[in-house]
Structure formats: structure tokens, C-alpha cells
Design a protein around this ligand. Structure first.
Ligand SMILES: C[S@@+](CC[C@H](N)C(=O)[O-])C[C@H]1O[C@@H](n2cnc3c(N)ncnc32)[C@H](O)[C@@H]1O
Length: 259
């Protein structure tokens, strides 16, 4: 079994696991902590995460990428989402990859150049401060990044602000349900909620039932699927994740005053 760099992927997995289990994340700022976490695993990131970050392929396959449109991928990492879009990405006018890890963005830059996707621009920037003209963007995506963005509610606000009316937000991520969920949503048991919350928090990944709840409030949700996915080297358990596509509604018309 070989990965894209030709080295044995098991060795790559071992490097990632060593990093995940024993490397102490350091840094004064969020950006420094992210770089401390990712710099030692950037080259092996894709092979390991391909077996862990489920739903990305399906998310990108399902979402509309309008010709001549603008796509902002928040917490884009190594650019996997754009590569998954393949030929469909070529018809877009602009693609923006936003991330705070320079190591992962360096991998993204190499991969996109190799794939000849020249429309993609890379931004070493915080998703909560990313600027695009209000109501100019057709698609904002977050794959497995909302759980790593401390001010995730601001990241969702930014997405809402920059999306055009009718534009789409596309999210895939790990989560745990709220203690009491609406009937139509999955309810996770206490043990599952406690285990996954603590397991991921060790790597500064913060699972919550509130992400999907806020997305339902802010967007007209067209796709919401709650699933369980395999985790490399943990054969007996499955991590909960969801895939969501929502549409930004048109702003409400000013109501007529009744006098
Ligand atoms: C688990 S990775 C997912 C990367 C990629 N979306 C994927 O599917 O492979 C989470 C990403 O979010 C980025 N991230 C975390 N906080 C961020 C922030 N405030 N602004 C931008 N990116 C952020 C991390 O650097 C990392 O690349």
C-alpha cells in the first residue's frame, strides 16, 4: 500500500498517530497551536484523514457549483474539497481556500498546482475574519473545520454575510447530539457523547450539538444526514458525523405597517 509520496502509508499512519498521541500542542495563539498540531503531520495528513473525515466526497458531489460562481472553503487544509470537485471546479470564476495552518496550505498549493486548478487562491487567514464583499459568494464550505474554530458562531456569521441570497453553505463534521434532541434528529447516549467529546478535545477538536442547531436556524436546510464513520485503528467504534447543505434565504421584505 503506497501513499501519494511513494512512502509506505503504514509508516505515514505511525507518524500521524505518534503525533496525535504524544506531541504536545504549544502556542500562545490559535494560529500557533494549529501550526504546532499540523506541522509534523502535514505530509501524511491526506492519507490518514481520507479514512477518517467521512462525507466530504458526497458533500461536494451534492452541492451546486454554479458556472462562473465564487466558492470559499473555510479551514480548507490541504485543498481536498477542491480536488474532490475535480472538473466542476474549473467552471468557477473564483475559489478561495482559507486556513490558519501554513503547513497544510503549502500542501494545498502543491496539490492544486499539480491538478492545474489555477483559479484557486490561498489565504493564510482566520475564517472568522475573512473578508469578501457582502452577498457575493455562491458557496461557503466547512469540512471538519467548524469543530476546530473556537469562535465557530462568528465563522457561521461570516459565511452568512458573504453568501448571496440563494447561496449554499456546505458542512461535514463530527458532532455529538444535544442531551435532548428534536424527534427527527439522532439522539446519542450519554457514554457516546462523553467519550467522543473528550477523545476529540485532546486534539482541540470540540464536538457539539449546537453547530448543526445554529445552521438549521440560520439557513434553509436542504440536506441533513447524521451518520457514524470508521476511525482508523479503532475497529469496534464509530464516530458520529453529519453532512449538511443549507441555502441562504432572501432577506425578509419590510413588513407593511398596519395603522
Ligand atoms: C480537520 S482540518 C480539515 C481540513 C479540510 N477541510 C479537510 O476536510 O481535510 C481543520 C482545518 O481547520 C483549520 N482551522 C482551524 N481554525 C481555523 C480558523 N479560525 N480559521 C481558518 N482555518 C482554521 C485548521 O488549520 C485545519 O486545516
Amino acid at each position: 500500500m503506497s501513499d501519494a509520496t511513494g512512502t509506505n502509508s503504514i509508516l505515514g499512519d505511525m507518524r500521524v498517530l505518534r503525533h496525535l498521541l504524544f506531541h504536545q500542542v504549544r502556542g500562545e495563539t490559535h494560529e500557533e497551536r494549529l501550526e504546532s498540531f499540523y506541522s509534523g503531520q502535514a505530509r501524511d495528513y491526506d492519507s490518514f484523514r481520507a479514512r477518517m473525515l467521512h462525507g466530504r466526497r458526497e458533500l461536494i458531489a451534492k452541492v451546486d457549483l454554479p458556472p462562473d460562481g465564487i466558492w470559499v472553503d473555510m479551514g480548507a487544509g490541504t485543498g481536498e474539497n477542491v480536488l474532490l470537485a475535480g472538473k466542476r471546479a474549473e467552471s468557477l470564476r473564483e475559489i478561495h481556500l482559507v486556513d490558519l495552518s501554513s503547513s497544510l496550505l503549502a500542501v494545498a498549493s502543491k496539490r492544486l498546482n499539480a491538478a492545474g486548478i489555477g483559479t484557486a487562491r490561498i489565504h493564510l487567514a482566520d475564517a472568522t475574519r475573512f473578508h469578501a464583499a457582502a452577498e457575493s459568494v455562491d458557496l461557503v464550505s466547512f469540512s471538519y473545520s467548524l469543530t476546530m474554530i473556537p469562535d465557530w458562531f462568528e465563522a457561521i456569521s461570516v459565511a452568512e454575510r458573504i453568501l448571496k441570497p440563494g447561496g449554499r453553505i456546505a458542512v461535514a463534521d463530527f458532532y455529538v447530539s444535544r442531551k435532548f434532541t428534536a424527534e427527527e434528529h439522532r439522539q446519542h447516549r450519554w457514554l457516546s457523547r462523553a467519550f467522543w467529546t473528550h477523545w476529540f478535545a485532546a486534539d482541540n477538536v470540540f464536538l457539539s450539538g449546537d453547530h448543526a442547531a445554529l445552521l438549521h436556524r440560520r439557513f434553509d436546510v436542504e440536506v441533513f444526514e447524521e451518520r457514524l464513520g470508521k476511525v482508523p485503528y479503532l475497529p469496534l467504534i464509530r464516530a458520529p458525523y453529519y453532512v449538511l447543505i443549507g441555502r441562504k434565504g432572501r432577506p425578509p421584505r419590510p413588513s407593511m405597517k398596519c395603522e
